[in-house]
Write a protein that binds this ligand. Structure first.
Ligand code: SF4
Length: 372
């Protein structure tokens, strides 16, 4: 793919002007937020934005509806809370980590400390401030949950000593000790071999060129299977699905009250300690049999000028109805697992793997291309 311009991924210092005001995206490396940091975000959304915290498909947090002087106030608050450690690197701290890392038996290695070390190494490298905002790192604890997200530079745990570092499908065994340095090295090599491209997969022969610069040779073929993380208890963790990935003030406050650390997942859910209470009461989902499980939606109207429908309102109306009341052809998408509602053909925020496609077309919807 030939890119002709720099990417315009929003950040906190580079706010996107959407139809409903400024949109700021706060990077949350490894998805980790302390309860105090989540409360800072909650208050900022209430006082500077539209009151909600949006969870993104890369495990970040967005605040919408910022007024003209909102971004400056927001960046001051985030800096004070430790959520903006580098002004130059704020849009490039795109680091995913398996959200259940270290919490259940499927976790072969706790990758969260590696995510923190990688974030530090990234911010310590001035050249990497030039990475495109879409360039993605992933640290998989061995369960394969991040494979579908197609990171540019990924690591998957084999055990507590060894991991597979991969660029696309090409992998090489490495020791954990070397991982942060190698991932940063791969990003630097990408900047050296790219032209205008935003992702490694867009560079012809990019994977080989970068491995060569790192002095590595691919020897591993990554397993194709992917694991899905659904709402419910997983060992010492509780996965809590946030309906349509949009946290209300009340829901965010309930998560703050849980205390400790909240982990944002890339699937519009969060992980809190097992046994946490007071979440179902505010409309959060803690069991996998909910109609909200797996359902995602783009911003739609009124936030996005391109949207042909208020997809969130339409999805909410449908899913709030009892099965008997869910009228018309759209009823067929209820309880279908992964379903993504889009206000136009760009399908922003769609899941990485197979999903039921609900697309607004101006005078109704298409479901997997079929008018309903
Ligand atoms: S999919 Fe279309 S309507 Fe939805 S947020 Fe993206 S551009 Fe806007």
């Amino acid at each position: 793919m030939a890119r002709t311009e720099v990417d315009r991924c929003p950040g906190v210092l580079a706010v996107h002007q959407a139809a409903d005001g400024g949109l700021a995206r706060v990077r949350v490396p490894g998805g980790r937020l302390t309860a105090a940091q989540l409360d800072v975000l909650r208050l900022a959304a209430a006082e500077l934005g539209d009151g909600r915290l949006e969870l993104t498909s890369r495990g970040n947090v967005q605040i919408r509806g910022l007024q003209a002087d909102g971004p400056q106030d927001l960046s001051d608050r985030l800096f004070a809370a430790g959520l903006l450690p580098s002004m130059a690197h704020e849009r490039v701290r795109n680091i995913l980590a398996s959200p259940l890392s270290g919490l259940d038996q499927q976790s072969r290695y706790d990758v969260l400390p590696v995510a923190t070390a990688l974030d530090r190494a990234l911010c310590d490298c001035p050249a990497l401030a030039e990475l495109p905002g879409r360039f993605l790192f992933a640290l998989d604890d061995g369960r394969g949950d991040l494979a579908e997200l197609a990171a540019d530079v990924a690591v998957r745990a084999l055990d507590e000593r060894v991991a597979v570092l991969s660029l696309g499908s090409r992998g090489v065994r490495v020791d954990w000790d070397a991982v942060p340095e190698l991932m940063v090295g791969a990003a630097e090599a990408f900047l050296a071999v790219r032209d205008q491209e935003w992702r490694i997969a867009e560079v012809a022969g990019g994977e080989e060129l970068i491995l060569e610069r790192l002095g590595l040779r691919a020897t591993e073929v990554l397993p194709a299977e992917t694991a899905q993380v659904v709402a419910g208890v997983h060992g010492a963790g509780l996965v809590v699905t946030v309906p349509l990935g949009s946290l209300t003030q009340e829901q965010a406050a309930a998560l703050v009250l849980v205390g400790g650390e909240v982990r944002i997942t890339p699937w519009r859910s969060v992980v809190v300690p097992a046994g946490s209470t007071g979440l179902e009461e505010v409309g959060l989902v803690t069991t996998p049999d909910s109609v909200w499980e797996g359902v995602t939606a783009c911003a739609g109207q009124p936030g996005c000028a391109k949207a042909l429908a208020d997809v969130r309102a339409d999805a909410t109306t449908l899913l709030s109805a009892t099965a008997g009341e869910a009228a018309g052809g759209l009823a067929r998408v209820v309880g279908r697992g992964r379903v993504h509602w889009s206000g136009c053909e760009r399908r922003c925020g769609k899941p990485g793997a197979g999903f039921v496609d609900v697309l607004a077309v101006g005078n109704g919807y298409l479901v997997d291309g079929e008018r309903v």
